[in-house]
Design a protein around this ligand. Structure first.
Ligand code: 5GP
Ligand code: ZN
Length: 114
């Protein structure tokens, strides 16, 4: 996807504060952090929204959570805990249309989210 900002980060065309990557996923710090830890975990394959995930992608999506778990451990927020969020479409606040798992922690989290 040539016009996708996250594909450009994957390609190294724009900088990202990369904290984890493997063959399938990439994670980097959010440009506008909403918590002391705010990372984004993305698949290296372009998928626009949750609605576009196919059954073949099930393992890939699972790997996104394994990356989130590792980031939380590395940042020391696995205990007391952290939040993962994936917004789907603009009605839920999605602004970048390449799926991404927000990993937020290091402060108290309220519920329900706004
Ligand atoms: P969404 O609103 O789609 O769930 O989340 C998009 C997130 O991407 C936002 O938290 C926003 O701050 C972050 N973001 C947008 N553009 C960039 C960028 O170029 N680099 C980084 N690191 N984060 C970005
Ligand atoms: Zn993309």
């Amino acid at each position: 996807m040539t016009d996708c900002i996250f594909c450009k980060i994957i390609a190294g065309e724009i900088p990202g504060d990369i904290i984890y990557q493997d063959d399938d996923v990439l994670a980097f710090r959010d440009l506008n952090p909403q918590a002391p830890t705010h990372a984004l975990v993305i698949p290296k394959k372009h998928i626009s929204t949750i609605n576009d995930i196919q059954s073949d992608d099930a393992e890939l999506v699972g790997k996104m959570f394994l990356a989130a778990q590792k980031i939380a451990k590395d940042d020391g927020i696995a205990e007391p805990g952290y939040r993962t969020v994936m917004n789907c479409n603009s009605g839920a606040g999605q602004t970048v249309f390449h799926i991404h798992l927000h990993v937020l922690g290091g402060r108290a989290m309220s519920w329900p989210p706004g």
